[in-house]
Design a protein around this ligand. Structure first.
Ligand code: XIL
Length: 457
């Protein structure tokens, strides 16, 4: 099924060469995936969700989960406190229920998580030093052995890096056993289950310019250089307005992949609603598709009401099990097969081109949807004082071309690169009022933002 993408690309090339009829027939013969996992599988990826054992009796929940997802993570049931509630006494009952449900429905399982500073059983929280190190390694060995041959991957170590600007390890009882605790855990996991992919998993590692991202990257690079067994890096991807999807997300994923590991989006949720949430989901999906070693995406729950952050409505199905706009945007991107650079909101750490003011108005550019060959942009014209009309220019780069416009009357200069937009009707704006127009840019591989100006009369 991976051929779908290649055939599509081939058909585009052929069409450009003027021999597109046969290839176009091949394209239309390809059925689009009608579920997330089917569409992701066509791209050689998986699409998964977190499952809670306590909800396996909810038929709406299991119906959606069975229909849409092909990779299952136990939301809590394989964690340290669940699997070793008393030292040396293991309890796999809830984890096994999830594994059995998944495998009996033809799905694979991501194991989560073998070693973590959080959700430790009480007995472990009170331990330190070599006693804790031994207990942790025994836990990794016993749990990975129990699930040997049954899981696709393990999050061997979860969240070991600190937030903020240090780029250093997080302080924890495990870290205090010695800086080599992470590699010791990976070696124990490899010995117990040689066929499971072994991942390091963390959050706030999405933005390439953040110190935490760099800290994890340096560790993975070092592990690869020294032969410490690591196969993948998981990006939890819990986003909200204070922590938006960075627009360098694909770069982050690609840099890690270039180290020779798979990358996976492991716990995706994006707080919000409507088209803004849908656009951000689209950006994350595109970023994964843009990186060939991004092997799959898992969302952290089925319906909004199942989420650990339910009040933020961060998932793809609403509380009634209905598909949200975000669902449709993810499915469409998966079916288009086109990965493009970019996440959702502009990176707060990156500079936004300053608004350019003419005499009496200001024009600001904001980016819209992105596709493989084009992107949308919006220009907002704001009147500084009362104005009776305005003119705004939009200049694109030499490889870009504006292919469509709306909410304005455009004219072009002879180069075709400078568009002058005038109001479609009455251009009167009172001081502080604004209006906007939009356009589509065929980018030709150049994602640079168009330059905009404004002048008023
Ligand atoms: C969360 C679960 O969703 C909650 O039910 C639980 O109360 C706390 O943990 N990072 C992780 C996940 O790796 O295991 C966490 O899951 C969310 C943050």
């Amino acid at each position: 099924m991976k051929r779908t993408t290649k055939r599509w690309r081939a058909s585009v090339g052929a069409a450009v060469a003027g021999i597109g009829i046969l290839a176009a027939t091949a394209l239309s013969a390809q059925a689009a995936g009608s579920t997330l996992h089917a569409a992701a599988s066509d791209q050689g990826r998986y699409f998964g969700t977190a499952i809670a054992a306590g909800k396996l009796g909810d038929s709406q929940y299991t119906t959606i989960a069975d229909r849409e997802f092909g990779m299952i993570t136990a939301e809590n049931e394989m964690k340290m406190d669940a699997t070793e509630p008393q030292q040396g006494q293991f309890n796999f009952s809830s984890g096994d229920r999830i594994l059995d449900w998944a495998t009996s429905h033809g799905k694979r399982v991501r194991g989560h998580a073998l070693a973590w500073h959080s959700q430790q059983p009480g007995w472990m929280q009170n331990m330190s030093g070599s006693q804790l190190r031994q207990a942790m390694l025994n836990h990794v060995t016993q749990v990975a052995t129990h699930y040997k041959g049954k899981v696709y991957a393990w999050d061997v170590v979860n969240e070991a890096y600190a937030d903020g600007s240090s780029g250093a390890r997080r302080d924890s009882n495990l870290q205090r056993t010695g800086n080599d605790w992470i590699e010791a855990a990976f070696r124990a996991a490899r010995a117990a289950d040689p066929n499971a992919k072994l991942c390091y998993n963390d959050y706030n590692t999405d933005n390439w310019s953040h110190a935490k991202t760099q800290g994890v990257y340096t560790m993975v690079k070092d592990f690869k250089a020294r032969g410490v067994p690591i196969d993948c890096v998981g990006f939890q991807a819990h986003f909200n307005s204070g922590n938006p999807v960075p627009n360098n997300y694909h770069e982050t994923l690609q840099h890690f992949a270039d180290l020779g590991v798979d990358v996976q989006i492991t716990e995706l949720d994006i707080e919000g609603s409507g088209s803004s949430q849908a656009e951000q989901y689209q950006g994350v999906t595109q970023a994964c598709l843009a990186v060939s070693r991004c092997t799959g995406i898992t969302v952290w729950g089925v319906r909004d009401s199942d989420s650990w952050r339910a009040s933020g409505t961060p998932l793809l199905f609403d509380g009634n099990g209905q598909k949200k706009a975000a669902y449709t945007s993810v499915l469409n991107v998966l079916n288009s097969g086109e990965g493009v650079p970019g996440g959702g909101d502009p990176d707060p750490g990156e500079t936004t081109p300053p608004p350019t003011g003419g005499s009496g108005c200001t024009a600001t550019y904001s980016e819209g949807q992105k596709w493989g060959d084009r992107f949308n942009g919006t220009v907002t014209v704001t009147a500084n004082g009362n104005i009776s009309s305005w003119t705004s220019t939009v200049t694109v780069s030499s490889s870009q071309r504006i292919s469509a416009t709306w909410n304005g009357t455009p004219t072009w200069d002879s180069s075709g690169k400078v568009m002058t937009m005038r109001p479609a009707g009455n251009g009167t704006l009172a001081a502080g009022q604004s209006t906007s127009f939009g356009f589509t840019v065929m980018h030709g591989g150049d994602w640079t933002w168009p330059k905009v100006t404004c002048s008023a009369s």
